[in-house]
Design a protein around this ligand. Structure first.
Ligand code: ATP
Ligand code: MG
Length: 162
């Protein structure tokens, strides 16, 4: 496949939210193949293991035929090359995301000139959703069913009792 037709969407996805899903649907309509890369990211001390995050994301994205989900560790640009993808997708919710994403994209370009970053914005009702907020609300007993797939809400519920 032409690497320009294949996009990697990297993130922690701890857990996957309706905001991530909105971006993935958009990307799946633009590119021939979309690979969700779930970064192990031990530095972020995730709530769910990388295996759990991959399994949840696969369940949530099951009906999208051109989307696949893998865990990875190491550099995102190396993961993209391994997958044969020349594009990396990132999301912009607000100006507050811009500075970090801009820096990351420029650093990446220095590491890998063959990979380009493409930024997508979600529909406005998803702009305030982050995995961090969803985790905090769920663990304090709040209702997150508006922000995540039912399978994710159930997994968060299970984590609360654990
Ligand atoms: N609601 C959303 N709308 C659009 N883009 C999003 C949304 N949530 C996350 N993203 C983007 O998805 C990519 C991966 O994000 P990540 O997995 O860190 O999610 P997050 O919600 O930011 O999680 P955390 O709160 O743990 O940082 C980033 O580019 C981020 O900007
Ligand atoms: Mg984030």
């Amino acid at each position: 496949m032409n690497p320009r037709r294949c996009a990697v969407y990297p993130g922690t996805f701890d857990p996957i939210t309706n905001g991530h899903q909105d971006l993935i649907r958009r990307a799946a309509g633009i590119f021939d193949r979309v690979v969700i890369g779930i970064a192990a990211n031990p530095g972020k001390a995730p709530l769910f293991t990388v295996e759990e995050r991959v399994a949840l994301s696969r369940e949530v994205l099951a009906e999208l035929r051109n989307v696949t989900v893998f865990g990875y560790s190491g550099l995102t640009v190396d993961f993209a090359r391994e997958q044969g993808c020349g594009i990396v997708i990132r999301g912009l919710r607000a100006m507050s995301d811009f500075e970090f994403e801009f820096q990351l994209a420029n650093m990446s370009r220095h590491l890998a000139r063959d990979i380009d970053y493409v930024f997508l914005t979600p529909q406005e009702q998803f702009t305030f959703i982050s995995s961090t907020l969803v985790r905090e609300i769920a663990l304090m007993g709040g209702d997150v069913s508006e922000f995540v797939h039912p399978a994710v809400a159930a997994a968060l519920q299970g984590r609360k009792k654990a």
